[in-house]
Design a binder for this molecule. Structure first.
Ligand SMILES: *Cc1c(COP(=O)(O)O)cnc(C)c1O
Length: 390
């Protein structure tokens, strides 16, 4: 008989009753060091007092109205995002998938608005993950995600990851946009070199193609910059954000230049919950803390510390690991085999990690993880790797 909860996940036999900072705590009191952060979501850890205060203060005032009205909390967060990024305008969603949907709609509308309605094709990349809606799976294109769900939304073309010459060759007068993660998350913590991102920007500029960056996983301070593309010194036309932006409260956003958003006039898009006062009150507090140079410098310092210790771990277990990759606190351990057994061995050491594609184990700790917790994490990873070899 089917489970009451639709069985679309292979769930581990673990559940958590509460959390404190970097720790998720089971009902029996067992403490797990959380290096997954709900997949790059809890950027400030569990039960962060500043976020609890922002949420409960807002909960006591007003939870939900409608986008039929002005929402001051939403305007405030939009102004903060515009102030800290390339963007002129923001639309709030409840998830990354919804951000993908709007990004797709926006770039198509842009070309329709520019009297070139045939420019509809969107170039995406192998190993990409953009979400689970019909549009987002068509954009992502992985067999596991699309099989049986056809006919897929047309208009996507998948290019080999990191092959800039293939992009050059694929752009035609039908190309609307290019959609790419600056650091692939689900694909296995694969950063695109800065030089490649600059070449992509140059190709887009030359051909008029819009550049959509999916920073749902790599954004919001995760890589040590507020957004990962800042390392390359380029800006996108449209950017998808979610995961970390709500610190655990469901929130996403599409950021865009005024030019890219030109066709999105009243009535062209909407959302019942998107940008509701609760979500935006929490989002503004997350921005307050994360979009701060001193905070981001700490993310970089901790990322470097973690990475250095992980290099030692790899050297100690060459039979299990091939190497370390990633940026800031978006780290991946490239394994010799699929990391499912290692994830289980980590549970036995009370440590939460997340598998990804390309035989990679993801480490996405809270951005405010402490140095002692990083040391503890590597000791536990060492024991987990040792238990596998044995
Ligand atoms: C998680 C993710 C999404 C989808 O976000 P949801 O909130 O799960 O809908 C899209 N893009 C990237 C890069 C992601 O990591």
């Amino acid at each position: 008989m089917i489970s009451h909860v639709l069985p679309t996940y292979n769930r581990a036999p673990l559940s958590f009753d509460r959390g404190e900072g970097s720790w998720a705590i089971a009902a029996d009191g067992t403490r797990y060091l959380d290096l997954g952060s709900g997949i790059a979501v809890n950027v400030l850890g569990h039960a962060n007092p500043a976020l609890v205060e922002a949420l409960t203060a807002q909960a006591g005032r007003i939870w939900h109205v409608s986008n039929l009205y002005q929402i001051p909390e939403q305007e405030r967060l939009a102004a903060m995002l515009v102030d800290k990024t390339f963007a002129d305008t923001v639309f709030f969603t409840n998830s990354g998938t919804e951000a993908a949907e709007l990004a797709i709609k926006m770039v198509r509308k842009y070309w329709d608005h520019a009297d070139q309605p045939d420019r509809t094709e969107i170039l995406t990349f192998e190993g990409a993950f953009h979400g689970r809606s019909t549009g987002a799976i068509a954009a992502s294109g992985g067999d596991k995600m699309v099989k049986g769900f056809g006919p897929l939304m047309p208009g996507f073309r998948h290019l080999p990851w990191g092959d800039i010459d293939a992009i050059e060759a694929a752009v035609t007068d039908r190309t609307a946009a290019l959609m790419i993660e600056p650091v692939q998350g689900e694909g296995g913590i694969r950063p695109l070199p800065d030089a490649d991102l600059r070449r992509i920007r140059e190709i887009c500029d030359r051909t008029g193609t819009l550049l959509i960056l999916d920073e749902v996983q790599c954004g919001m301070g995760r890589t040590g910059r507020l957004f990962a593309h800042e390392y390359a010194g380029i800006t996108p036309d449209v950017m998808m954000v979610a995961k970390g932006i709500g610190g655990g409260f469901p929130l996403g956003a599409v950021l865009a230049t005024g030019a890219a958003a030109a066709g999105m006039v009243a009535g062209t898009h909407g959302s019942t919950y998107g940008g509701n006062p609760l979500a935006c009150a929490v989002g503004a507090k997350v921005m307050d803390i994360v979009a701060d140079d001193a905070f981001l410098a700490e993310v970089n310092r901790k990322g470097a510390l973690f990475r250095q210790k992980l290099e030692g771990l790899v050297a100690a277990h060459p039979d299990v690991f091939e190497g370390v990759r990633g940026l800031g606190l978006m780290l991946g351990l490239k394994c010799r085999a699929a990391p499912a057994d290692l994830v289980k061995a980590c549970y036995a050491q009370q440590i939460l990690t997340v598998p990804a594609g390309d035989n990679t184990l993801r480490l996405l700790p809270p951005l405010n993880i402490e140095d002692a917790e990083i040391a503890e994490a590597v000791e536990r990873l060492d024991r987990a790797a040792g238990s596998l070899a044995a």
